[in-house]
Design a binder for this molecule. Structure first.
Ligand SMILES: Cc1cc2nc3c(=O)[nH]c(=O)nc-3n(C[C@H](O)[C@H](O)[C@H](O)COP(=O)(O)OP(=O)(O)OC[C@H]3O[C@@H](n4cnc5c(N)ncnc54)[C@H](O)[C@@H]3O)c2cc1C
Length: 460
């Protein structure tokens, strides 16, 4: 045992309710895994908090011992900042409770909760809030960076539905931030990531939804990609906000509704989500079928919580991942051409190019209303490099970077912190645009020593 681990046991045991894991503990190895298998960090101490009150002593312990501090929600962030080397990791995997007040339409969420935890609890009341599309993602990281998914067109980003947070500051002080209390801090954490303190509870407003919605996939041949994408671009300009259609360019997985001879070939997939009146769905979705020759489709009335898990099987933890991303206000021909060009040379069967449609409610918020500024973004592109073996690193990372550069001339300025890798620190200022200076000033007030620097860091 190192001095730090011995000291951690001495200082924290008996003070906190949670558990302390050090490298000798049997559970340590499993606990230090995160979603992206490229991350291999070894904290000296992992504290699995059991209650909000456990957080201040852990922050104090790290600071008094000059140790780095990282915060882990559900460990999905590809940059891997949930973990640190030789420091202290606050791990919230034991704090996943979600309490719903159906009458007030509010959810109170612990910081280790996943989207599945939130969706299941809220849907039990016929309610929901706008989150991401992969149910194992953490609410904490997703919300603090912005958060978008199927409901974003209609109800905005996750931060647009955040009502308040309970936090612990770098000094170990417990505070609440909302539109009335600590307003600056509330402004900053809505997009500013984990830069300002440790959130111990999120409060969201909820809207009635489902429990059934209409959703599914339509698949077209890659040879018709240009025509499908051009029609898609036109279609989404007038589609109602209850309807969301994304685009995925990838090799076809062996989906049961696709003919076997299509499996493994490049295809264009349109994932479709509709949360309006079920009777209206067919009329709205029908025009998508004439974008090209349909290779297969599976669209159904289904539980919202089921659709929220629809992509989990292709986004399992344990693969190597390298992502790049751009925002777009429009999909210019050049952008479509570069997508088609790079989808034609996917370096692994798991790599994909994804266009998420976010146009709608999120665009009706002023860019300076909160830290996240990209209110002009209509589409978010995710260049999703994903593969299994370390020997493929160079090839797959190279593909993602090359495509990122080729599509850059058509993108709007800015970046989404939640999709940034560890090597994109130079994009942090662009991620916050004209809000950066105000964020830095708030950082100086709440965390002048940059205790919370394992994130897309805003320098005090
Ligand atoms: C497969 C997959 C699908 C995704 N889909 C979407 C999507 O549809 N929409 C979308 O918007 N994003 C999506 N993302 C991105 C996702 O929002 C980010 O990866 C997010 O950071 C994950 O949150 P987490 O809590 O799981 O991550 P973690 O890695 O645990 O945390 C990320 C960072 O958040 C901060 N943090 C975490 N918890 C706290 C806390 N309690 N207090 C203060 N700071 C904290 C820390 O700085 C930490 O390093 C996806 C990511 C993956 C891997």
């Amino acid at each position: 045992m190192t001095t730090q681990t011995l000291k951690a046991r001495e200082d924290l045991e008996g003070t906190i309710k949670g558990s302390i894991l050090v490298p000798d503990d049997p559970a340590y190895e499993e606990t230090r895994q995160v979603w992206n298998a490229m991350i291999d960090r070894r904290p000296a101490v992992i504290v699995q908090c059991a209650q909000a009150e456990d957080v201040p002593p852990v922050i104090r312990f790290a600071r008094q011992n000059g140790l780095e501090l990282s915060i882990r929600g559900a460990g999905h962030n590809i940059a891997g900042n949930a973990l640190c080397d030789n420091g202290v990791t606050i791990d919230f995997s034991r704090m996943r409770k979600v309490r719903v007040d159906g009458a007030k339409r509010r959810a109170y969420v612990e910081p280790g909760a996943t989207l599945a935890d939130l969706d299941e609890a809220t849907q039990a009341h016929g309610l929901a809030t706008a989150v991401g599309i992969n149910s194992t993602t953490g609410i904490a990281g997703l919300t603090l960076g912005g958060g978008f998914g199927w409901l974003t067109r209609k109800y905005g980003m996750t931060i647009d539905n955040l009502v308040s947070v309970d936090m612990v500051t770098a000094e170990g002080r417990k505070i609440r931030a909302n539109e009335n209390e600590n307003k600056d801090l509330f402004w900053a954490i809505r997009g500013g990531g984990g830069n300002f303190g440790v959130v111990t509870q999120f409060e969201f407003k909820l809207v009635p939804l489902g429990p059934e919605i209409v959703a599914g996939l339509i698949v077209f041949p890659f040879s018709q990609a240009k025509q499908v994408l051009t029609k898609y671009r036109e279609f989404v300009t007038s589609a109602p906000e209850e309807l969301n259609v994304w685009v995925v360019l990838r090799k076809a997985p062996p989906l049961p509704f696709l003919p076997e001879n299509v499996h493994g070939n490049e295809v264009v997939v349109l994932p479709i989500f509709y949360c309006g009146a079920t009777a209206e769905a067919e009329k709205l979705i029908a025009p998508l079928r004439v974008f090209g020759e349909v290779l297969g489709e599976h669209i159904d009335v289904q539980p919202y919580v089921g659709w929220q898990k629809a992509f989990d099987a292709s986004l399992t933890p344990g693969a190597r991942n390298y992502w790049k991303s751009h925002n777009f206000t429009e999909l210019a021909d050049g952008a479509l051409n570069s997508m088609i060009d790079f989808a034609g040379k996917l370096p692994s069967p798991h790599c994909e190019i994804l266009i998420g449609l976010v146009a709608g409610a999120a665009n009706r918020i002023a860019p300076n209303a909160m830290a996240y500024p990209h209110r002009d973004a209509k589409f978010v592109l995710n260049v999703h490099g994903r593969w299994d073996e370390a020997k493929e690193d160079q090839k797959c990372i190279g593909w993602a970077r090359e495509f990122f550069n080729a599509s850059a001339p058509y993108a709007s300025a800015g970046a989404y912190v939640n999709f940034m890798t560890a090597d994109e620190g130079d994009r942090v200022a662009a991620a916050y645009g004209s809000n950066y200076e105000r964020l830095a000033a708030i950082k100086r007030r709440y965390d002048p020593e940059n205790v919370f620097h394992l994130n897309q860091n805003i320098k005090p």
